[in-house]
Design a protein around this ligand. Structure first.
Ligand SMILES: [Zn+2]
Length: 152
Protein backbone atom coordinates (compact mmCIF):
# COMPACT_ATOMS: atom_id res chain seq x y z
CA UNK A 1 0.00 0.00 0.00
CA UNK A 2 1.68 3.17 -1.25
CA UNK A 3 1.71 6.19 1.07
CA UNK A 4 -0.23 9.10 -0.54
CA UNK A 5 2.16 11.61 1.07
CA UNK A 6 5.65 10.21 0.46
CA UNK A 7 5.01 7.12 -1.76
CA UNK A 8 6.73 4.83 0.75
CA UNK A 9 5.50 1.26 0.17
CA UNK A 10 5.21 -0.03 3.73
CA UNK A 11 2.54 0.88 6.24
CA UNK A 12 1.02 -0.67 9.32
CA UNK A 13 -2.70 -1.05 9.95
CA UNK A 14 -3.78 0.75 13.12
CA UNK A 15 -7.50 0.01 12.94
CA UNK A 16 -9.86 -2.02 10.71
CA UNK A 17 -13.62 -2.14 10.66
CA UNK A 18 -16.43 -2.99 8.31
CA UNK A 19 -18.40 -0.12 6.81
CA UNK A 20 -21.83 -1.78 6.43
CA UNK A 21 -23.39 0.95 4.28
CA UNK A 22 -20.78 0.39 1.55
CA UNK A 23 -19.95 -3.33 1.99
CA UNK A 24 -16.34 -2.43 2.50
CA UNK A 25 -13.52 -2.74 5.00
CA UNK A 26 -12.08 0.55 6.16
CA UNK A 27 -8.49 0.51 7.39
CA UNK A 28 -6.51 3.23 9.12
CA UNK A 29 -2.88 2.94 8.14
CA UNK A 30 0.28 4.59 9.33
CA UNK A 31 3.13 5.07 6.86
CA UNK A 32 6.36 3.52 8.13
CA UNK A 33 8.31 6.15 6.19
CA UNK A 34 6.81 9.52 7.14
CA UNK A 35 4.48 8.26 9.94
CA UNK A 36 1.48 10.08 8.47
CA UNK A 37 -1.90 8.37 8.61
CA UNK A 38 -4.29 7.57 5.78
CA UNK A 39 -7.42 5.48 5.19
CA UNK A 40 -8.03 2.73 2.65
CA UNK A 41 -11.21 0.93 1.65
CA UNK A 42 -11.57 -2.58 0.27
CA UNK A 43 -14.98 -2.79 -1.29
CA UNK A 44 -17.09 -5.63 -2.53
CA UNK A 45 -19.35 -5.88 -5.56
CA UNK A 46 -22.87 -5.23 -4.33
CA UNK A 47 -24.69 -6.94 -7.20
CA UNK A 48 -24.35 -10.45 -5.73
CA UNK A 49 -27.54 -12.06 -4.49
CA UNK A 50 -27.39 -14.96 -2.07
CA UNK A 51 -29.91 -17.77 -2.56
CA UNK A 52 -30.84 -19.19 0.83
CA UNK A 53 -31.87 -22.73 1.69
CA UNK A 54 -35.57 -21.82 1.62
CA UNK A 55 -35.23 -20.44 -1.92
CA UNK A 56 -35.45 -16.76 -0.99
CA UNK A 57 -32.77 -14.23 -1.87
CA UNK A 58 -30.87 -11.66 0.11
CA UNK A 59 -28.07 -9.20 -0.62
CA UNK A 60 -24.57 -10.31 0.14
CA UNK A 61 -23.57 -8.41 3.29
CA UNK A 62 -19.91 -8.42 4.19
CA UNK A 63 -20.58 -7.44 7.78
CA UNK A 64 -22.70 -10.58 8.37
CA UNK A 65 -19.87 -12.76 7.13
CA UNK A 66 -17.39 -10.95 9.38
CA UNK A 67 -19.71 -11.34 12.38
CA UNK A 68 -20.16 -15.07 11.75
CA UNK A 69 -16.44 -15.62 11.34
CA UNK A 70 -15.61 -13.57 14.42
CA UNK A 71 -17.95 -15.80 16.42
CA UNK A 72 -16.37 -18.96 15.01
CA UNK A 73 -12.87 -17.67 15.68
CA UNK A 74 -13.44 -16.40 19.22
CA UNK A 75 -10.66 -17.61 21.54
CA UNK A 76 -8.69 -19.21 18.72
CA UNK A 77 -5.41 -18.06 17.24
CA UNK A 78 -7.29 -16.35 14.41
CA UNK A 79 -7.32 -12.57 14.93
CA UNK A 80 -10.02 -10.08 13.95
CA UNK A 81 -7.57 -8.74 11.38
CA UNK A 82 -7.31 -12.23 9.83
CA UNK A 83 -11.11 -12.54 9.88
CA UNK A 84 -11.38 -9.26 7.95
CA UNK A 85 -8.73 -10.41 5.50
CA UNK A 86 -10.36 -13.77 4.71
CA UNK A 87 -13.81 -12.13 4.60
CA UNK A 88 -12.54 -9.73 1.94
CA UNK A 89 -11.02 -12.65 0.02
CA UNK A 90 -14.23 -14.67 0.26
CA UNK A 91 -16.29 -11.66 -0.79
CA UNK A 92 -14.21 -11.00 -3.89
CA UNK A 93 -14.30 -14.70 -4.75
CA UNK A 94 -18.09 -14.62 -4.46
CA UNK A 95 -18.37 -11.38 -6.44
CA UNK A 96 -16.17 -12.62 -9.28
CA UNK A 97 -18.08 -15.81 -9.82
CA UNK A 98 -21.63 -14.84 -10.67
CA UNK A 99 -24.50 -12.49 -9.94
CA UNK A 100 -26.07 -14.98 -7.59
CA UNK A 101 -24.71 -17.74 -5.44
CA UNK A 102 -26.15 -20.42 -3.14
CA UNK A 103 -25.64 -19.80 0.56
CA UNK A 104 -24.37 -23.40 0.80
CA UNK A 105 -21.66 -22.59 -1.73
CA UNK A 106 -20.52 -19.61 0.34
CA UNK A 107 -20.44 -21.92 3.34
CA UNK A 108 -18.14 -24.32 1.50
CA UNK A 109 -15.78 -21.48 0.50
CA UNK A 110 -15.69 -20.24 4.11
CA UNK A 111 -14.96 -23.74 5.42
CA UNK A 112 -12.13 -24.24 2.97
CA UNK A 113 -10.54 -20.98 4.16
CA UNK A 114 -11.05 -21.69 7.86
CA UNK A 115 -9.74 -25.23 7.56
CA UNK A 116 -6.34 -23.96 6.49
CA UNK A 117 -6.31 -21.32 9.25
CA UNK A 118 -7.50 -22.94 12.46
CA UNK A 119 -9.05 -26.32 13.35
CA UNK A 120 -11.16 -25.10 16.27
CA UNK A 121 -12.61 -22.21 14.27
CA UNK A 122 -13.29 -24.58 11.38
CA UNK A 123 -15.17 -27.11 13.50
CA UNK A 124 -17.18 -24.37 15.23
CA UNK A 125 -18.21 -22.86 11.95
CA UNK A 126 -18.99 -26.27 10.49
CA UNK A 127 -21.17 -27.13 13.51
CA UNK A 128 -23.25 -24.01 13.08
CA UNK A 129 -23.26 -24.09 9.34
CA UNK A 130 -24.01 -27.68 8.50
CA UNK A 131 -27.13 -28.81 10.24
CA UNK A 132 -25.78 -32.05 11.49
CA UNK A 133 -28.14 -34.95 11.14
CA UNK A 134 -26.27 -37.07 13.65
CA UNK A 135 -23.01 -37.49 15.55
CA UNK A 136 -21.45 -39.46 12.69
CA UNK A 137 -21.62 -36.42 10.48
CA UNK A 138 -20.01 -34.24 13.17
CA UNK A 139 -17.25 -36.81 13.69
CA UNK A 140 -16.58 -36.82 9.96
CA UNK A 141 -15.91 -33.08 10.02
CA UNK A 142 -13.67 -33.39 13.07
CA UNK A 143 -11.71 -36.24 11.49
CA UNK A 144 -11.27 -34.35 8.25
CA UNK A 145 -10.05 -31.31 10.21
CA UNK A 146 -7.49 -33.36 12.17
CA UNK A 147 -6.33 -34.90 8.93
CA UNK A 148 -5.87 -31.43 7.46
CA UNK A 149 -3.75 -30.41 10.46
CA UNK A 150 -1.52 -33.49 10.11
CA UNK A 151 -0.94 -32.63 6.48
CA UNK A 152 0.44 -29.21 7.39
ZN1 LIG B 1 4.63 8.33 3.94
Amino acid sequence: MKCPFCSFLESKVTDSRTAPETNSIRRRRECLGCLKRFTTFESVDLTVQVRKRDGSYEDFVLEKLVRGLDAACRRTKVSHEQVLAISAEIASQVAERQREIDSTEIGEIVMTKLKSLDTVAYIRFACVYRRFKDMDELMNVINTAQFAVKEN
